[in-house]
Design a protein around this ligand. Sequence first.
Ligand SMILES: NC(=O)c1ccc[n+]([C@@H]2O[C@H](COP(=O)([O-])OP(=O)(O)OC[C@H]3O[C@@H](n4cnc5c(N)ncnc54)[C@H](O)[C@@H]3O)[C@@H](O)[C@H]2O)c1
Ligand SMILES: N[C@H](CO)Cc1c[nH]c[nH+]1
Ligand SMILES: [Zn+2]
Length: 429
Amino acid sequence: MQVFQYPEKSAWPELLQRPVLDTTALETSVGNILADVKQNGDAAVRKYAQQFDKVQLQQLEVTPAEFSKAAASLDPELKKAILQAKHNIEVFHKAQQESSRIIETMPGVQCWRKAVAIEKVGLYIPGGSAPLFSTILMLGIPAMIAGCKEIVLCTPSNAAGEVHPAVLFTAEQIGLERVFKIGGVQAIGAMAYGTETVPRVHKIFGPGNQYVTCAKQLVNKDGVAIDMPAGPSEVAVLADDTCVPAFVAADLLSQAEHGPDSQVLLVTTAESIIEPVQKEVAAQLEQLPRKDIAARALENSRIILVRDNQEAMELLNAYAPEHLIVACVDDISIADAVVNAGSVFLGNYSPESAGDYASGTNHTLPTNGYATAYSGVSLDSFLKKITFQRLSQEGLQQIGATIETMAAAEGLDAHKQAVTIRLNYKAKK
Ligand SMILES: NC(=O)c1ccc[n+]([C@@H]2O[C@H](COP(=O)([O-])OP(=O)(O)OC[C@H]3O[C@@H](n4cnc5c(N)ncnc54)[C@H](O)[C@@H]3O)[C@@H](O)[C@H]2O)c1
Ligand SMILES: N[C@H](CO)Cc1c[nH]c[nH+]1
Ligand SMILES: [Zn+2]
């Protein structure tokens, strides 16, 4: 990781750049795959599964027998862990339910909002380089709590056409029945446009690599809602001299190991921790089975020495990290200054992995600076808030003149008339 000491503000934009992608070439190739899936359905899905995942798919949908086999083969310890995480994520997401309240803005003018589940949703579970069954908990649990009627899950299979047993066990525990062995762009296309076997959905959720994220953004232009652009994982750690360098290194590596296009940042006010963290990163990297991937991500990563916490937070808010860890003595007060981040981890004992798996918060989060404007997935992501209103005759009398005046000023006489006609109405006896 390259070190930058007290960079001038003018140098920040370049310093905080994510790994650059050739988005034009990416959009062209992804757009072509989507167009093919839209036109040719399952045949195109099978063709790209063969091309990118080296699998000849016979049956696209997972069968009940495959679910049973997966449950029987899974390690009991892992089942127990999944159920513990499921419990915590359920507790945190159920607490996000809000009750509907009728608000009377004027006498006789009542307004309220009702949360209604999006009927058909598609969940994408990454599986290219690691079977992210934890993501099923993050997407499936809020979808079930919201009450979505049709939930479709797509995830890539291995070359033998099998889906990882933990993916199937987790899906089954949540009550997700429709799982398709489709990954990448073809999965996003299948859920966006529908095929002979995959139902078309109204909103697509889930993280993925650059191809998946680009596909979601393209189908969004075609009228299908998406949660957010949740691309290559990233973490920024703000540490002072009270941090434990070994912990900081472990946190940086935890996101670096996701993919070569991941990025991690260490921002610090303490020059004295830089070398110990670097030594720890090097030592811990050697022990990782995914060290080649993590090492490539570290090439895109940086250590930045800043003058004080205020400057640190200004820089971090400009970066808008997916995850922010604050390993500082005054972590709680620093947290007040967070404006742009997907999810924040405070103190020396809050590893980012806790949020990835089991503490209860959602790990599907905005990357690539989108935390400036997007939130991570939550119960709300699966709901529409529909507004209702009921005006009594007296209510319309109260507010009528206001509406008539405004409509006339906009030159929209029919709008005005919709009020006037009622105000002048004499009910027939
Ligand atoms: N932001 C978040 O909330 C979050 C959460 C979890 C994971 N992630 C990220 O998700 C990503 C998972 O990536 P992954 O690759 O392991 O799995 P993935 O499932 O996203 O992608 C695998 C698919 O990519 C497709 N693909 C591969 N090469 C292609 C090509 N040249 N053209 C078109 N399609 C191609 C294949 O069809 C394959 O099935 C990682 O980058 C990780 O950092 C992000
Ligand atoms: N850190 C990822 C989100 O960027 C989520 C994840 C899943 N499994 C492990 N990590
Ligand atoms: Zn992770």
